[in-house]
Design a binder for this molecule. Structure first.
Ligand code: CDP
Ligand code: CDP
Length: 229
């Protein structure tokens, strides 16, 4: 093997990918790559331009000129910092508007092509835990460990709502939140390019009723077993 190990973590919104990935990475001394942040960054770019969300040709042009910089995090308390064309947009990519529009941008060919290249470049030397929707299937199909993290939609919506309360964010009605999560799942799973899918060799972890610590423990365990044999 000419690179360090890679762990791929895929799954739907609210499954716990970001939280779990950051802490698994720290526990194993690996870096954390949040690919969702990259799709959010390009969505923010389009929303702040004069280009409409379905104008694929002009979006292709916009993203081809974009300079996207991510600081890969090596600490669980440090979420990834995102810089686009010289501007720090770390906070700006987490708004409800970006969340509602991101799937439509992430379905476009030019957007996926550019980000796929950048992700694979960052992963060239390995030594990272990457999270997203298509990591095990497309970005790092040779990853040593693949996890498909999931939970029922009700559980995922409850987690998101709890998160909004603790972070003092504006809360969204529970039914509405559940509906938006479900719509994004359907959209992400049914697009033609690199849809969200469990890789055939991925281990599915259903996390309903599991604490964050229990999920981390399981993944770290799986990794250790794999690398001690
Ligand atoms: O954190 P949350 O699950 O809400 O979403 P995210 O991981 O930040 O991803 C936002 C969106 O980016 C997803 O709903 C997908 O449309 C897209 N995405 C993707 O298409 N492929 C990836 N590898 C990661 C994210
Ligand atoms: O990245 P993704 O959208 O998959 O999920 P996340 O942002 O890591 O997690 C969503 C919320 O669920 C966070 O507030 C986590 O603290 C919480 N969570 C939980 O309560 N129990 C778990 N087993 C995993 C996550």
């Amino acid at each position: 093997l000419d690179r360090s190990p890679i762990i791929a973590i895929d799954g739907p919104a609210g499954a716990g990918k970001s939280t779990v990935t950051r802490r698994v990475a720290a526990a194993l001394g690996l870096l954390h790559l949040d690919t969702g942040a990259m799709y959010r960054a390009f969505t923010w770019l389009v929303l702040n331009s004069q280009v409409s969300l379905d104008d694929e040709a002009r979006i292709a042009e916009l993203v081809s000129q974009a300079d996207l910089q991510l600081s890969l995090s090596d600490h669980p308390d440090v979420p990834v910092r995102v810089n686009l064309n010289g501007e720090d947009i770390t906070q700006l990519i987490r708004t409800p508007l970006v969340t509602r529009k991101v799937s439509a941008i992430a379905a476009q060919k030019a957007v996926r092509q550019k980000l796929l290249e950048q992700q694979q470049q960052w992963g060239e030397k390995g030594g990272l835990v990457a999270e997203g929707r298509d990591i095990g299937t497309h970005v790092f199909p040779n990853a040593e460990l693949k996890i498909f993290l999931t939970a029922s939609v009700g559980e995922r919506a409850r987690r998101r709502q709890r998160e909004m309360v603790t972070q003092n964010q504006e809360t969204i009605d529970f039914e509405q939140l559940q509906k938006e999560i479900q719509e994004r799942d359907v959209y992400d799973s049914n697009r033609s390019i690199a849809p969200m899918r469990k890789a055939p060799d991925a281990i599915e972890l259903v996390t309903d009723g599991l604490t964050i610590e229990q999920v981390i423990e399981k993944i770290v365990q799986l990794y250790r077993v794999r690398f001690s044999s």
